[in-house]
Unconditional design. Structure first.
Length: 75
């Protein structure tokens, strides 16, 4: 089983990848998937805040956002 932090990072990466696939038409399913994954990220975030405390979570979120930025070409 993977840790919540790893799961959080993977979900952030997948969201970033999916956002690159959005087109002006016929990608409503991608928008729906992104929304669902973002909801799951929020659930995980709340769980990790409870378990780990807010300071560690901020560091992990920063790492995950850097990975997501790299996939989106914003590094």
């Amino acid at each position: 089983m993977i840790s919540d932090v790893t799961r959080f990072q993977i979900l952030m990466e997948e969201i970033a990848i999916l956002k690159t696939k959005i087109q002006p038409h016929d990608t409503g399913h991608i928008h729906t998937t992104i929304s669902t994954l973002e909801d799951r990220v929020e659930e995980l975030k709340e769980q990790m805040e409870t378990k780990l405390g807010h300071d560690k979570l901020k560091v992990d979120q920063w790492k995950a956002s850097r990975i997501a930025d790299a996939y989106a070409g914003r590094d």
